[in-house]
Design a protein around this ligand. Structure first.
Ligand code: XIL
Length: 363
């Protein structure tokens, strides 16, 4: 599994050496040596190096930034590669991007992101094989029946997972299959195939790559409640029946001060099943225009999520859904909300960046 030993660049290695000298070890959760306190400037070390010391990884999604030119493009790429060791293509691996016509696959966009990750010693989270959104019209308007949908799902997964074999360490195999009340959501795959589409997808992904980690990913499952209870029951049943699954992704698209108090307990109950938990799409949206007070609360929210991941051994990583407010899905999706990420639109670090830093440093 490529989710292996961390290989940092020069700066990261310097940070690791310094932290090791200060007694900071990879034995997360240990307070024997006390919190790591960098000497002067809290931004001396890349987040990814501090994350390694804390026993997790820190990542970001990326999309439009990869196409920016000039100083925007270079700022985007240098911050992404310096600070993060996990890259999630925000859109480039979705069905409509990869599979625009029945027998046409387009891999160039996603491949270029994978190449960027490899050049910068980042691992890639694949997102996402099966979802009710971002499906091409040839699928949704094709008038297909159950058998055809089953074949489409199998073929898509086999082709895509095989293409990225050895390049993607984890896949969000199925995304957002449940409603908030815990029932299964209607959508192309459910409506055509029925509930078995979920386990079919996991089996097809495992058949195509015996080593990649397979995740179920959803939102509003970060705390204990009807929706996460349904996901819990499903994955428990999968484990009993031998349906291949390795983890659950909590998207973590939060409103300001909207973190569930049961986040840690919820991570722990999935981990107790032997599953990994990934925080896959973290952002904390605030009403705009934001204020210093709101950004300070946002910073605390980021701190609490990162700390919850570090404190719960099943949690392997935290990925933010982008890192700069210059490119976030929030303003166009939630009118009146924005400023959801740790860097502002001018690539300046916000209080949220500093609080992530502090959480990773054990403060
Ligand atoms: C969003 C992207 O950020 C947008 O650019 C795109 O237009 C729509 O999808 N849950 C998910 C992600 O699993 O794939 C979504 O990403 C955000 C919500």
């Amino acid at each position: 599994m490529p989710f292996g030993p961390y290989r940092g660049g020069g700066l990261a290695l310097a940070a690791v050496a310094w932290l090791a000298a200060c007694g900071g070890g990879a034995d997360r959760g240990s307070s024997a040596t006390g919190p790591i306190v960098p000497p002067v400037d809290t931004d001396t070390f890349p987040l990814r190096a501090l994350a390694q010391q804390a026993g997790i990884r820190i990542g970001s999604a990326g999309d439009r930034g990869f196409r920016w030119t000039g100083s925007d493009g270079s700022s985007f790429r240098s911050i992404l590669s310096r600070e993060f060791s996990v890259l999630t293509p925000e859109n480039d691996m979705k069905f409509d991007h990869l599979h625009p016509a029945p027998t046409t696959y387009y891999f160039a966009g996603a491949d270029s992101l994978v190449a960027f990750a490899q050049q910068n010693q980042m691992v890639v989270r694949g997102h996402t094989l099966v979802w009710h959104q971002q499906l091409p019209r040839w699928i949704t308007s094709g008038g297909f029946g159950a058998d055809e949908a089953w074949q489409q799902l199998s073929d898509h997964i086999a082709t895509v997972v095989s293409h990225f074999k050895g390049k993607v360490f984890a896949w969000d195999v199925v995304n957002e299959a449940f409603n908030d009340d815990g029932s299964l959501r209607s959508g192309y795959w459910f409506d055509h195939i029925g509930r078995s589409y979920i386990e079919l997808a996991f089996r097809a992904a495992r058949a195509a790559d015996p080593n990649v980690a397979l995740f179920y990913n959803d939102y509003n499952i970060e705390g204990i409640g009807p929706k996460s209870d349904s996901v819990y029951a499903m994955v428990k049943d999968f484990l009993v029946r031998g349906v291949p699954i390795n983890g659950v992704g909590f998207q973590a698209h939060f409103t300001l001060n909207g973190l569930p108090s049961t986040l840690g307990a919820n991570i722990a109950r999935f981990a107790a099943l032997g599953l990994k938990v990934h925080i896959t799409e973290l952002d904390v949206r605030v009403p705009v225009p934001s204020s210093n007070a709101r950004l300070a609360s946002q910073a605390q929210n980021y701190h609490d999520v990162v700390a919850a991941c570090i404190q719960n051994k099943g949690c392997e990583l935290v990925t933010t859904w982008g890192f700069t407010d210059k490119d976030s899905w929030v303003p166009s999706t939630f009118p009146g909300q924005g400023d959801a990420l740790p860097w502002d639109s001018f690539f300046q670090r916000k209080p949220a960046y500093r609080s992530i830093y502090n959480a990773l440093a054990g403060r």
